[in-house]
Ligand binder design. Structure first.
Ligand SMILES: Nc1ncnc2c1ncn2[C@@H]1O[C@H](COP(=O)(O)OP(=O)(O)OP(=O)(O)O)[C@@H](O)[C@H]1O
Length: 776
């Protein structure tokens, strides 16, 4: 190995020298380009000869301007390219590469040493590649194979060969700190080191230690839908982000970061993952929350309940007289039955039952709801439904046009003209002057003025009506949806309705009447609206990523598929962490196959968990059915602890003491995880005295370092050095429906997990759990 290390240091020196040389070249070039651009911008008009005397002069001036603008734009993009290259080189300067494979390609004489880093480095004199980008085709051998036969895919086909050796390096500031010959040593020392470190305020890239099964997700490129079911901490989010970086590299000629959208659970999570792509030298994709989209589409018409308020009600509202009804409402409205009911309803509306709103003008009915309906159903029924609505809209606009003509003759118009302000009159006057060289004294001029004033007054009055028609507001959407709960669902027949159906209908109608849309109604409402009015689609988006997918209903998936018709979809989730009431049905993601069909769907399962120590995983996997399938990465730590305390006072005292101990032991993030926001508020009040403690609420948008009190549902997707479960008693966690929430909370811990319980602990902790936990 000694020889190898010397040889490696020589190679590293050569790389560092090349990087330094290229940096100074690019720096000189960038500053020259920058000056050039600034000078060009400054003198843009000086260098241009503006002469408009004759047509030829005019042409020459225009051509000159175009040329100048083109030169400026070329200089600007060359400057941009150079500064991007500089950033890449600066990254290489810190850590030029992290791995090496000695790959002997079939049919060649000897193995080639291929070093792998975050981007490519080429020797300019001879085009030799000193470092391969981790996303280059050959780099996949590094992630996919142990020494022995190996192959990798290229656009020209498979390349086969022999992987003779494989190394991992730790290089810092140009010095080789360690080098592992992974063809001899077993295990993954670097991964051990990375996972053993403390948590970070932002998620980091994992390119140096991507595991084989994760690499399959990152490089998957065949089917329209990729479904990843993975245990808590198995690297789903990490793999998704590296996959985005990979796609951006592979399709760099044609794909922009803005054509990729990641749906994430909330703002805090979005900020937590926002550093990975920039760290890899890529621009960030767009990030959205589904709630954000619902607000955007329905926020003007309704006060849309957000999923956290819905969940909080389910967790804390058990004393509410409508609690059971609300639960039944959520279950039914997220089911495939309700989905079919909505589609059946839309089908039935093709022949009868549409509800319209009549159009009134100046207090008089222009066209009644019944007349609109008659016209609608008397027209060509072979067209699609949204097309028929469009035709109806055209007809209504024509009616408005006819009305405009008729109204022009009426006396109210004259009266209104007389009331016009000076400014308004002036505007009309200017308009006529502009339109032709009219002589103000001529008869024609006054006629024109009068005509324009009449038109202006009538049009202005009719404008809101035209807008209403253009926005399809002549359809009574609220009433149409309302009707579903007024006997429609029953009349469509064939659906298994909840026992409390009558009560479900009552609370839904009441909520609609108050302008409130329950979370469980929002997507079905929007789906019905789109089925009737035509789908809003965004064809610019080429890839959609849905993280924490277990929290989405079938409605939401169907919706996203239609919203992004040109996109491939990557769906990542863990049904053991399905905490929302509508996701109770999630046992696996099999039902999603229907979205694009079996042919276009690929599923990958991740079973190894990386976030937590072996001891934490051994404990948490006991909490869920079939948890035994989850494999721990061999990282040793302490067993989780359970402290049973007699009362609330002792609970808060002991937790405060434990937080301080954990901080002293170096934990930089400590989360006190509670069942709900209500419990978090109470816990926060009691722990206020702790130095720097913060409360995380649903609208917090930054991941906080230090000590936080947080409801379990907001902690999903993120991680902490140490987790304290605020009160894991049987009184708090008794309902079976809370098992997944409890599991989600415990799996946020990386190095330490401590559960506290006032009195008897939750029944989720079985006899077997005792083996994996230290009772205090
Ligand atoms: N190959 C890897 N190399 C280094 N670290 C990894 C690797 N895979 C995962 N990790 C780390 O494990 C932790 C969990 O990863 P991540 O958050 O992506 O998992 P997840 O499956 O999305 O978890 P959850 O479902 O619980 O939200 C992170 O700290 C991540 O950096």
């Amino acid at each position: 190995m000694g020889n190898e290390i010397r040889k490696e240091q020589d190679y590293l020196d050569k790389v560092m020298a090349t990087v330094a040389e290229q940096i100074s070249e690019v720096e000189a070039d960038t500053s020259k380009r920058k000056d050039e651009v600034i000078t060009m911008r400054k003198h843009f008009w000086d260098d241009l000869k503006v002469n408009m005397d004759t047509f030829d002069d005019y042409l020459e001036t225009i051509i000159g301007m175009r040329q100048q603008a083109q030169d400026l734009s070329v200089s600007q993009s060359t400057h941009r390219y150079a500064s991007e290259r500089l950033k890449r080189l600066k990254r290489l300067e810190k850590t030029p590469y992290f791995g090496r494979i000695d790959f002997h390609e079939e049919g060649t004489e000897a193995a080639e040493e291929i070093r792998i880093g975050v981007s490519t480095l080429m020797e300019e004199a001879n085009d030799d590649i000193l470092i391969y980008d981790w996303r280059a085709p050959v780099s996949s051998v590094y992630y996919d194979y142990p020494p022995g036969s190996a192959a990798y895919d290229t656009p020209e086909g498979m390349i086969e060969g022999e992987l003779e050796k494989k190394y991992q390096y730790i290089i810092k500031g140009g010095t080789l700190e360690s080098m592992f010959d992974t063809s001899i040593t077993i295990g993954d020392e670097i991964l051990q080191q990375v996972l053993g470190q403390g948590s970070n305020p932002y998620m980091h890239s994992i390119v140096a230690t991507i595991q084989r099964e994760q690499n399959k997700i990152i490089r998957h490129d065949r089917k329209k839908l990729l479904i990843v079911q993975g245990a808590a901490g198995s690297g789903k989010t990490s793999a998704a982000l590296q996959r985005i970086a990979y796609i951006l590299y592979k399709y760099r000629e044609t794909l922009l970061a803005s054509e990729i959208v990641l749906f994430s659970p909330n703002q805090m999570f979005s900020s937590y993952v926002s550093h990975v792509l920039p760290e890899l030298g890529e621009e960030n994709m767009q990030q959205e929350t589904f709630q954000g989209y619902l607000e955007y589409r329905l926020g003007d018409s309704f006060d849309v309940e957000d999923p956290y308020d819905q969940l909080e009600y389910l967790l804390e509202g058990t004393d509410d007289p409508f609690y059971k009804t609300r639960k039944a409402s959520i279950a039914f409205k997220s089911s495939a039955s309700f989905f079919d009911a909505i589609r059946g309803y839309q089908k039935a509306l093709e022949t009868a039952g549409m509800i319209f709103k009549g159009l009134r003008f100046r207090g008089e009915m222009l066209v009644s709801a019944v007349e609109i309906s008659e016209y609608f159903y008397s027209n060509d029924t072979s067209l699609t439904f949204p097309h028929r609505i469009e035709r109806l809209g055209d007809w209504l606009l024509k009616l408005i046009e006819e009305t405009e003509e008729k109204e022009k003759q009426k006396s109210w118009v004259q009266e209104e003209i007389e009331l016009l302000s000076k400014d308004e009159l002036q505007q009309v006057f200017k308009k006529i002057q502009k339109s032709e060289d009219a002589d103000e004294d001529s008869f024609d001029f006054h006629d024109k003025e009068k005509e324009l004033l009449v038109r202006m007054v009538v049009r202005r009055r009719l404008k809101p009506l035209r807008e209403k028609v253009k926005r399809l507001q002549f359809i009574n959407m609220k009433k149409l949806y309302w009707q579903l709960f007024d006997g429609k669902v029953e009349s469509l027949g064939g659906f298994e309705l909840p026992e409390a159906w009558i009560e479900v209908c009552a609370i839904t109608k009441e909520s609609l009447a108050n302008g409130r849309l329950f979370q469980e109604d929002a997507t079905p409402y929007l789906l019905l609206q789109e089925l009737i009015q035509g789908f809003h689609s965004n064809t610019a988006i080429k890839h959609v990523f849905i993280d924490e997918a277990q929290d989405y209903s079938v409605f939401q998936f169907e919706f996203l598929r239609r919203l992004f018709p040109a996109a491939r979809m990557t769906v990542l989730g863990d049904f053991n962490q399905a905490i929302f009431a509508h996701s109770d049905h999630f046992e696996d993601f099999h039902s999603l196959t229907g979205l694009y069909g079996e042919e276009e769907t690929e599923s990958i399962i991740l079973e190894r968990s990386y976030r937590s120590t072996k001891q934490i995983i051994e404990f948490t996997r006991e909490l869920i059915p079939e948890g035994q399938q989850i494999k721990a990465f061999e990282r040793e730590g302490e067993k989780p602890e359970l402290s049973v305390v007699p009362d609330q006072g002792a609970l808060n005292r002991e937790i405060a003491g434990e937080v301080n101990r954990l901080k002293e032991r170096g934990a930089s993030t400590v989360a006190v995880i509670c069942k709900s926001a209500a419990e978090s508020e109470r816990a926060f009040e009691a722990l206020r005295g702790l130095d720097g403690v913060k409360l995380v609420r649903k609208n917090s948008d930054e991941y906080e370092r230090g000590v936080v009190v947080i409801p379990a549902y907001l902690a999903k997707g993120i991680e902490f050095d140490a987790v304290i479960i605020y009160n894991a008693s049987n009184e708090v966690y008794s309902e079976e429906s809370l098992r997944r929430l409890f599991y989600t909370a415990c799996t946020r811990a990386m190095h330490h997990l401590h559960l506290y319980s006032v009195g008897k602990p939750s029944a989720f902790l079985t006899d077997r759990s005792e083996e994996f936990i230290i009772q205090k």
